[in-house]
Every structure is written in C-alpha cells, then in structure tokens.
Design a protein around this ligand. Structure first.
Ligand SMILES: [Zn+2]
Length: 168
C-alpha cells in the first residue's frame, strides 16, 4: 500500500502541473490583498504583462533602493479588464456609491493598470523612497490620493507632473 502510494506520487508531474495552477490563479494579474510580489517574479501575469519600459525603470529603481536598505514590493501591476471591473464592483459595494468608488478605482477602459502602464508599490517606506527618488528613473506618483501608484510620466532625471487629484 505504501509502495503503491509512492509510485503514484512519483508519476505525478508536479512541476508543470503546479505552474499550470499558478497561471490559472494569477492569469488575471490579481495579487491577494495584503500580499505583495517581487519585481523579479516575471512568471506572474501582473509583472509579465507590464510595459517593458516601466518594468525596466522599476527594476533599476528597486536595485538602488535596496542599496539604501529599502525593498520595493509590488502590490498590483498589470490587471486584466475583468479583474479591474471586479475591483470597481467591490469598491462600489464598499463605498455604496459609484461616484466615490471611481475616486479610487478607474473603470477598465481608463485604468493604466489594464494597459500595463501603472504599478502599485509598498510598503509605505518604499513609497516614500520612490516619491523622493522616482523621477531619476522617470517614475512618478500619478495621483495625490494614492502614494503607492506609479507611472512613467517623465524622462529619467526629469520633473514629475503634479499628481492628479483623483483616482487610479
Ligand atoms: Zn494603482
């Protein structure tokens, strides 16, 4: 009986199967709340589908931040349109107001996350570092009410535009 179990286990293609499960779970780019992933996690749809220029700038910034003892973690990156819509639906439920929800979550056709041109970074000390140093890499805080949401909005060493007053 034990021998049989061992044989069954050995015959299970754990590698490819595990990867398949991961792709299904994260195929929409979702990252569970209160969790984060690394910029090096290129297999995750949230990272893999980012604008390559944004990802390259982010990785450069992360390397320099690490030297300063700060780790930049990704709390959200690319999102499928379905995932973005789900976030908006959840926000409408939470705020019980479509208008208030849209202050925080754009509909899919307006979200820079859906086009892979936005990334959310944490924790707070990482946001502080990036707000201070991001322009060196072309990275800017896009919205005044979201200290974690960054986009490529200037050229490296340039000046970031004033953060917009409403939602990402
Ligand atoms: Zn965002």
């Amino acid at each position: 009986m034990i021998l049989l179990l061992a044989v069954v286990t050995a015959c299970t293609p754990a590698g490819p199967q595990a990867a398949g499960v991961q792709a299904t779970v994260n195929g929409d780019g979702s990252i569970p709340e209160n969790e984060s992933i690394s910029l090096d996690d290129g297999e995750h749809a949230a990272i893999a589908n980012l604008d390559p220029a944004l990802l390259a700038a982010m990785r450069k910034a992360a390397a320099d931040a690490r030297l300063a003892g700060v780790e930049l973690r990704v709390t959200s990156g690319w999102r499928s349109a379905e995932h973005q819509q789900r976030l908006l639906d959840e926000a409408v439920e939470l705020y019980r107001s479509e208008e208030e929800a849209r202050r925080w979550v754009h509909p899919p056709d307006r979200s820079a996350h859906v086009t892979g041109k936005a990334i959310d970074i944490g924790p707070t000390n990482a946001d502080d570092w990036l707000i201070q140093h991001g322009a060196d890499y072309g990275l800017c805080q896009a919205y005044a009410n979201e200290m974690w949401h960054f986009e490529l909005l200037t050229t490296p060493g340039g000046q970031c535009p004033q953060p917009r007053s409403t939602a990402g």
